[in-house]
Design a protein around this ligand. Sequence first.
Ligand SMILES: Cc1cc2nc3c(=O)[nH]c(=O)nc-3n(C[C@H](O)[C@H](O)[C@H](O)COP(=O)(O)O)c2cc1C
Length: 162
Amino acid sequence: MTGNLVMAIDAGGFKQAMSRWASGVTVVTAQYDGVRHGMTVSSFASVSLDPPLVMVCIGKAAPTHDTIRKGERFVVNVLAETQEEISIRFATKHEDRFEGVALRTGQLGVPIIEGCLAAIECRLHETLPGGDHTIFVGEVVRADVADGSPLIYFQGGHRKTA
Ligand SMILES: Cc1cc2nc3c(=O)[nH]c(=O)nc-3n(C[C@H](O)[C@H](O)[C@H](O)COP(=O)(O)O)c2cc1C
């Protein structure tokens, strides 16, 4: 590392520090009462092996947030490097983000995006407070996987491994 840049923790400094954390990119999908929602999420992690638990942190204002809370299920679609457009689409305003996206319905009745590296189907296990976000812990009931390279997010931009 060249140079030690010390920043006070204001919102900008916090965002800059977090932007140095390279992550994969997912789209979290949920459905309740016939209405589907989905959004791009990078705050995804494995929590436990037994039982198999994962977590995502979702902003409280996002429609996906209440859809997960009410439907008590969600899918983590792990994006491939070819799916940058999907990442952008599910992070920006659209009348229907799912329109024109190839989908199938998973075991829990939640839409799954075709062409992802993994589709991880979860039943809501626990809901934890996380500031202006909620930490949703899901129990994995099914996971489909495919080969390919991941889409990466780093310093405010989408990246590829090579
Ligand atoms: C790469 C990337 C990662 C993101 N990760 C998260 C996340 O982990 N949690 C979150 O609440 N929002 C995250 N967002 C922002 C949401 O996707 C975005 O605010 C959301 O789609 C807003 O639209 P909505 O409220 O209409 O659903 C991320 C955006 C991008 C581009």
